[in-house]
Design a protein around this ligand. Structure first.
Ligand code: SF4
Length: 476
């Protein structure tokens, strides 16, 4: 598929990266923005790999390219130059990125590399000496400089072709909203702070203005992303800003309040359970934002969490989750976990399984620990054999599947709001999602007799059946 499409998005939707071993395979192909190239325009092809944050970077780059008059080519053959936005988080992601670069060189010959793996230019140049230029993550200016150098910009900028919201790689009805770059934490398995630096929060009035423009352009669901959403504003000491005549502090609570006022679904990803998260729960109870929290717990055993150097103490986490569920009936909690971390004993692993069962983690992605180059955890004692990791991963997925199936079964007979994503495979069928399902990573509602509905519509649906992860229903 990569050979035929220029923009390939392999979402690795958890912020510590691919490959994702999740309840559902998450590979998706997104077409280019439907803009016909003008004959004389220089054409750039883009291959975008990695997580939603990398996807947002790709969107910014294509927006700049289009604003300067470049066309986006839908295939390698028609491109004058190919840009590969890489992911470099896990070794397998690095391999995948190097493979994609090789493929672009073979198919096109003129290749510029950017993104996380771009932080290690030597690795790229050694594997692919023909690469024209390498820039690191979110170095938009350097990417544009490299493009200008190797593909002369057109004489006139076609700024009128670029919408106010920039160009998007997601469907028109939902959009990722990046609120910060980098991370102040130093989890031992993660090299993101080395790749992307410390936390830098975007000013809240800029984020809210961008969100408002997106909603005005037809976005009905905003997905808030960062490395650590609940740390938003810490680096700027929660600086207050004015937006629409009202003061908003650059912090998680005010962000939720502001975004919730726009009338779209607001879904929070990568939220650490710091104490102040409790203050956002009432905004879920009153419907301001979706009753959905994506919290990357990674483990539940105190020993393993200590070795992982995880932020936000896990004390009372179970109690807090139970309280949140009492305050917001129907709240969905998504999380990611790592099994087979160095030093993880059978007892630690059992603690993790008990946590999944007791907290009833509704959606969970699970990674087998991978020994990422340059990660501190490489030097920890007690690395486990692959067979143990594999066996624990299967046991984890079985427990999670049971929790998920129980939840899905409980939805049968309910009537709930769903957002339409697009046509299904059967006649009259549409794919939709409930408030409990983020795009790409969670469940689907297969909606019968729904061909009259459009992507982005939010309608009531009666749930008539369920399997482990997905629901079936029809418009109510
Ligand atoms: S919180 Fe930990 S895992 Fe997440 S980006 Fe920061 S250092 Fe990496």
């Amino acid at each position: 598929m990569l050979r035929e499409k220029t923009v390939l998005l392999r979402y690795h939707a958890f912020h510590w990266g691919p490959p994702l071993l999740n309840a559902r395979p998450m590979s998706t192909l997104v077409e280019n923005p439907p803009i016909a190239p003008v004959k004389t325009q220089p054409k750039v092809g883009i291959v975008s790999l990695g997580c939603p944050k990398a996807l947002v970077d790709s969107e910014r780059i294509i927006t700049r390219l289009r604003a300067e008059g470049y066309a986006i080519s839908p295939d390698y053959a028609g491109a004058d130059l190919v840009l590969v936005n890489t992911c470099g988080f896990l070794d397998s992601a690095r391999d995948e990125s190097l493979e994609a670069i090789g493929e672009a060189i073979e198919a096109n010959g003129k290749v510029i590399v950017t993104g996380c793996l771009g932080a290690e230019p030597d690795v790229i140049q050694k594997a692919h000496p023909k690469v024209l230029a390498v820039t690191g993550p979110h170095q938009y200016e350097q990417v544009m400089e490299a493009v200008h150098k190797h593909l002369t910009p057109p004489p006139d900028a076609f700024t009128d072709l670029v919408p106010e919201t920039g160009l998007k790689l997601t469907p028109r009805h939902y959009s990722y909203l990046k609120i910060s770059e980098g991370c102040n934490n130093r989890c031992s398995f993660c090299i993101i702070p080395k790749l992307r630096g410390d936390l830098v929060s975007r000013p809240i009035h800029h984020v809210l203005t961008e969100a408002e423009q997106l909603v005005r352009a037809g976005v009905n669901e905003l997905l808030v992303i960062s490395q650590d959403t609940s740390a938003y504003g810490l680096d700027v000491k929660y600086a207050p800003q004015m937006w629409k005549g009202e003061e908003y502090e650059t912090r998680f609570l005010d962000l939720a309040r502001g975004l919730g006022s726009l009338g779209a679904w607001v879904r929070m990803h990568y939220v650490y359970p710091y104490p102040h998260v409790d203050k956002v729960i009432p905004l879920m109870a009153d419907g301001t934002i979706l009753p959905y929290l994506d919290i990357p717990f990674q483990h539940a055993s105190a020993n393993v969490l200590k070795a992982m150097k995880r932020p936000a103490k896990q004390d009372r986490v179970l109690e807090r989750i139970q309280q949140w569920r009492r305050d917001v009936p129907g709240m969905t909690i998504r999380s990611t976990f790592i099994v087979g971390f160095p030093g993880e004993t059978e007892e630690d692993f059992e603690i993790l399984l008990d946590f999944i069962r007791e907290a009833k983690i509704d959606r969970a992605g699970c990674f087998k620990y991978e020994n990422v180059q340059h990660a501190e955890s490489r030097d920890l004692p007690g690395h486990l054999p692959e067979e143990v990791k594999e066996e624990r991963w299967h046991r984890f997925m079985a427990v999670q599947a049971a929790v998920s199936a129980e939840r899905a079964e409980a939805q049968v007979g309910t009537v709930q709001d769903v957002i339409i994503d697009g046509p299904g495979e059967a006649d009259g069928e549409m794919f939709a999602r409930t408030k409990a399902d983020a795009p790409e990573v969670d469940g689907i509602v297969y909606l019968d007799n729904a061909s009259h509905l459009q992507p982005g519509d939010i309608v009531s649906a009666r749930i008539t059946d369920a399997d482990e992860y997905d629901l079936y229903g029809e418009p109510a």
